[in-house]
Design a protein around this ligand. Structure first.
Ligand code: ZN
Length: 371
């Protein structure tokens, strides 16, 4: 007998606003399954970034166990650990721990989708798919026996290819065989229907919107670096960036041909190329504080670079209202590539001064012009 209490525990790498949105969406469909968040970070103090994938998995499992013991969680209640670490993807992108507990990963979902995707949808899908699987199967090996090796657009697809993941979530469906299996197991109809309704929401948000995007035309982007303003001509949209966001954006524009992998962004490279851009905006000299801000971007434990990138993305999205359109202007990782880049064609990028006249890109200007 499974209880219907699902507790979400986010580790310190998991984006807190994503947690809020996840909970909101999970609770938007009424039903017997109750989702709540445990408002504490359990992994603090352990630099789980430095662990190997296998050790980290072990570490996450231990964390769940520790929590369970400390809080005397009833055995029938479920704990799902939401981890913000991403390089640990494996079967179903979530770990179905034997018993009632699981792990779901909350970052790097963009790599599965050709357009920037709000992680809340894949995360909600994974959580609910996990809830259903944990009710159908006693353990991971039993579930593995029922997994589909070739994709059917079903929650039991094994998903050996990245595109299978998007198919599964965009379909948000279940194959006749699995449906039959659910009937055999005599799962509560209201529980199953609560999960299916959430899948419908996810699928409607993730389906291809090529028809909607048909009328969206790429327009030139004017960049006033000194004013930290981006202007989307034709859409009459002004996007104001904070100094660090403007510097990061300019840096990625500089590398827009091939892009650059986030892990290649060493403190050394950032000090050489990004720090001068950042300082230009302050018209200042190299202070320790500026250096620390820039170097924190290179620190994989700090997550601050991803935060800057997602804040820029949010600003574009708020201005143009379309994910497909915004994705041409924002910093993204391609579906099959490791590098992050801005996909906007070079001829559509125009650097301007405060009078609207064309000007060289900031890294091409001498320091005298820039002051
Ligand atoms: Zn199936």
């Amino acid at each position: 007998m499974k209880f219907n209490n699902i507790y979400l525990i986010a580790d310190e790498h998991f984006d807190s606003s994503l947690l809020t949105k996840t909970l909101e969406l999970l609770r938007s469909v009424p039903g017997p399954i109750r989702f709540s968040a445990v408002p504490e970070s359990l992994l603090t103090g352990t630099d789980s970034n430095t662990l190997s994938a296998a050790d980290r998995r072990q570490h996450l499992l231990q964390t769940i166990k520790r929590y369970r013991e400390a809080n005397k969680t009833p055995e029938q209640d479920s704990l799902i650990l939401l981890s913000g670490l991403s390089d640990d993807f494996y079967w179903f992108n979530s770990k179905f721990v034997d018993g009632n507990d699981g792990i779901v990963y909350g970052s790097d979902w963009d790599r599965y989708f050709s357009v920037p995707t709000d992680s809340v949808y894949p995360v909600v899908y994974e959580i609910t798919a996990w809830v259903l699987r944990s009710r159908l199967f006693g353990n991971i090996s039993e579930a593995a026996l029922h997994a589909h090796r070739s994709p059917r657009g079903c929650f039991m697809d094994l998903c050996t290819n990245d595109s299978d993941v998007t198919l599964k979530m965009r379909t948000g469906d279940i194959c006749p065989e699995c449906l039959e299996f659910i009937r055999e197991k005599r799962l509560s109809t209201v529980v199953v229907s609560q999960i299916f309704q959430l899948w419908n929401v996810v699928s409607s948000k993730l389906s291809y919107r090529n028809t909607a995007g048909f009328q969206e035309e790429l327009m030139p982007l004017e960049i006033n670096f000194a004013k930290k303003e981006l202007y989307l001509t034709g859409y009459d949209a002004v996007i104001e960036l904070a100094p660090i966001q403007m510097s990061v954006y300019a840096f990625f524009l500089k590398h827009s041909k091939t892009g650059i992998a986030l892990r290649e962004l060493t403190a050394d490279l950032l000090n050489r190329e990004l720090l001068p851009l950042y300082l230009k905006l302050f018209k200042g000299s190299i202070s320790d504080e500026a250096r620390a801000t820039v170097e924190s971007l290179a620190d994989p434990a700090s997550n601050s670079l991803s935060e800057v990138i997602s804040k820029i993305r949010r600003k574009f999205l708020d201005s143009v209202g379309s994910e497909t359109l915004a994705s041409h202007y924002t910093i993204n990782k391609g579906l099959k590539e490791n590098n992050h880049r801005i996909r906007l064609p070079e001829q559509l990028v125009r650097w301007v001064d405060s009078n609207g006249f064309g000007t060289p890109a900031p890294w091409e200007q001498s320091s005298k012009d820039g002051r």
